[in-house]
Design a protein around this ligand. Sequence first.
Ligand code: NAD
Length: 360
Amino acid sequence: MIFSHKTLGQNVLFGAGHAAQHLAAEVARLNSRRIMVVAGTSEADLARAVTSLIDVAVVYEEVIMHVPIETAQKARVAAQESEIDLLVSVGGGSTTGLAKAIALTTHLPIIAVPTTYAGSEATNVWGLTEAARKTTGSADHVLPRTVIYDSNLMLNLPVELSVASGLNGMAHCIDSLWGPHANPINAALATEGIRALANGLPKIVDNPRDIAGRDQALYGAYLSAVSFASAGSGLHHKICHTLGGTYDLPHASTHATVLPYVLAFNSLHAPSADQRIANALGSLTALEGLQDLRLQLQAPTALKDYGFQLENIPEAVEIILPSVPENNPRPVTAQNLSELLEAALIGANPTDLVLAPSEF
Ligand code: NAD
């Protein structure tokens, strides 16, 4: 084996019902005095509960998905004017993303309290959208110092959003098996992440208030983010970032919809990844296992349901193609990428994308 691996350093505190105590202890440890809480309006109640044991200087609620640059700049000014020394984000990936955008220029530390399975809290990746183009980059100083996981905060996350967000975590795992820095350590984390998410998500669908299911999904989401942070964005993420940033498609549902198509597209060209995913899902092939799970979860199936249109495909291909990692297991061309997007647009059977013997 020859590989390099970078481990990102952060504290991870996990426990249903412990978020407020964990946060107070971390604020004391960091000796923070001027705290800005970042939480969207629909996350405000959760944020109030989580921050009940600390003093808060500012609550910032202007959270918009995919972090438009204007939103980030406004929040940075608010943090600076209030002489903030710590950001506490309580919310989904959009909220964590805004905190990271503030940290990108101010270097303020972040404690992240996630309330979805997006996983942004465990990566050093930031994202900003400007003039309908989403830019992502990595910077270690935007990585939250501490992540506080508490499944109680997810009990009211609607099932549909839980499924989409959990499959966003699954996408981190699967894409990290062929990401530009894929290595055996990421693969081990991703495999356990797939197993945990596949175990937890059906329990949530059966009973959204099942703490054991929520804990499994959250644990899997953390592993998925750690493996993704190390492996880097593969084909799946390059596609979904463009769909989200340029066409304003909802992040988690887009990932959940596109995933089987990218898996089908790459699977025959990445047999060891395919076997790993299949083993984790307890199925014969990766695609079979993913599709069975998606059926059980009633996962979203077609990009057209989110406003993506046939006429968007040529432009999307033009944007995505130059960003596809060179090590993607199957060579990506304008033709086969268009076919992938056309299939995802209408919810066609992804198995149609598996075989392309001429490209072997
Ligand atoms: P989101 O943060 O936009 O949340 C979706 C909706 O759910 C929002 O209305 C939110 O207020 C609500 N919500 C959140 N938690 C809730 C809860 N517990 N109960 C009820 N409602 C709740 O969506 P998301 O999918 O979590 O995050 C998407 C964003 O995160 C995208 O911009 C994406 O690019 C980013 N992201 C970044 C990374 C990274 O590594 N940088 C990784 C994953 C996602």
